[in-house]
Structure formats: structure tokens, C-alpha cells
Design a protein around this ligand. Structure first.
Ligand code: 4AZ
Length: 236
């Protein structure tokens, strides 16, 4: 998260880290993506966290996948590390375009129901452009590889689809597809999700509206963040 502030996971208990010690080693306790608790044994994350190269590592068929809940500092104590017993990738997910960038993890042990966040369904006012939203993660704080050791959040604004349509018409920067994507950022830049935040939550009006998916760079005024649009990919 770029342009953010430090938060305690107790204040946002639905935020979890995805970890694979096997693939990512010890310095970040294996953290490579974010996730969000939507039911006691269900965590949503980005499909691309499980199906292509993430942080320079091929995560296809990643094995010792775990969800870390209740731990603000990745190398701290407290909270729980829960194995993932099953993974589901949205059948509509397209690695080429990043559309429908959603996966659901089933946890081997249940979290308290109070840790789950509600989903914002179709027509929810939380999706209206101009709505203030918060993105959470342990990802890059600068855009140049300075990963957070402790959970951070930043306040961004839901932007009209046209803002990302103009920023991402196609080609190497990617193409914004408004049917399954959501555009958010800050008009002057400086606040955004970044590498390592993928799969983590975008929350507005107390409900989940997005998952960190992609973008060009981090915090650039002309390149907003692109999120998976929850109302398009999850029945609610
Ligand atoms: C990434 O590569 C990534 N600025 C995620 C979000 C954004 C850029 C890159 C948005 O995981």
C-alpha cells in the first residue's frame, strides 16, 4: 500500500495474509498476497495469486498454502496460521485480461463468524463514483520494492469506469473491462495498492466492494488501481 497508514488487524479482522513458507521463505513469513474473510471457512483472494507468477515466483500449484489471520506484523506472534484445504478459481477468470480475478479458499479450520465482512451486491451505493474506500495490505509502500512488515491501509476514492477506460485502453498497460473490474485511486495519485497487496480487500461503507487486482505502477495520478468488482463475480 502506497500513501497509507499503519493499522491493527484487530480493527479489520477480515484482512488476512496468504502465505507459502515453502515458496517464499522466512523474511516475510511466506506472505505473497492478501485475502479477505467472507465466511468462517471462506477467504476470497485474487485468482492471479494462485495461477501465475507472483512476486517473481511461479505460484502454479502452490502447496503449503496457508491463511494468516489476526497477525498485524508478519513476523510477530498471535493470531492463527490456518491451512487451506481447497481452492476454487472463478471459471470466468481470464489470465490474459485479468477479468473475473477471483479465487475462493476453503480453510481447514473455522474463524469466528464475527471476522467475516459482508459483500456489496449489485446496485449497492458503495460502488458509486466518489465514494471513499479503504484498501489494506502488506505490499510495497513505495513502488520500488519496500514491503511492509506490518499491515497498512490507504484511503482511495471509487472512480468512474471512464477514468480507468482512458488509463487502460489496451496494449501493454492492460485493458480495463468495466463488467468485472472496479476503478479506484486518488485524483492526485499517491495513494494506491501495489505489488504484494493483490487479493486484499477494498472496503466502502463497511462492505467489500473489491479485491486488489492490477494497475500500472503504484500511486500514479494517471494510472488508477484496478480491482475485481465483487458484485460482478460473487452472488450475494
Ligand atoms: C500487482 O502487481 C499490483 N497500483 C497490484 C496493484 C497495483 C499494481 C500492481 C495497483 O500486484
Amino acid at each position: 500500500v502506497v500513501g497509507g497508514y499503519s493499522v491493527q488487524v484487530e480493527d479489520s479482522p477480515w484482512v488476512v495474509a496468504l502465505s507459502s513458507r515453502d515458496r517464499f521463505g522466512g523474511t516475510r513469513a511466506g506472505q505473497f498476497c492478501g485475502g479477505v474473510v467472507v465466511a468462517p471457512t471462506k477467504v476470497m483472494t485474487a485468482a492471479h495469486c494462485l495461477s501465475r507468477t507472483v512476486l517473481g515466483t511461479d505460484v502454479t500449484g502452490v502447496r503449503d498454502l496457508a491463511v494468516v489471520s489476526g497477525r498485524t506484523r508478519l513476523l510477530g506472534t498471535g493470531g492463527r496460521e490456518i491451512p487451506v484445504s481447497a481452492t476454487w478459481i472463478a471459471p470466468e477468470y481470464s489470465p490474459g485480461t485479468n477479468s473475473s480475478d477471483l479465487a475462493v479458499l476453503t480453510l481447514a479450520e473455522a474463524l469466528p463468524a464475527s471476522h467475516a465482512i459482508g459483500l456489496a451486491g449489485v446496485g449497492d451505493p458503495a460502488y458509486a463514483p466518489g465514494t471513499s474506500a479503504t484498501v489494506y495490505g502488506w505490499g510495497d509502500m513505495t513502488g520500488s520494492g519496500s514491503y511492509a512488515s506490518s499491515l497498512r491501509a490507504a484511503s482511495v476514492t471509487v472512480l468512474p469506469d471512464s477514468a480507468c477506460g482512458q488509463a487502460y485502453p489496451g496494449g501493454l498497460g492492460g485493458r480495463y473491462l468495466e463488467s468485472t473490474m472496479l476503478c479506484a485511486g486518488h485524483p492526485r495519485g499517491g495513494r494506491d495498492a501495489c505489488q504484494g497487496d493483490s487479493g486484499g480487500p477494498l472496503v466502502a461503507r463497511g462492505r467489500l466492494i473489491g479485491l486488489v487486482s492490477w494497475g500500472s505502477g503504484c500511486g500514479r495520478a494517471d494510472s488508477p488501481g484496478v480491482y475485481t468488482r465483487i458484485s460482478a463475480v460473487a452472488a450475494s
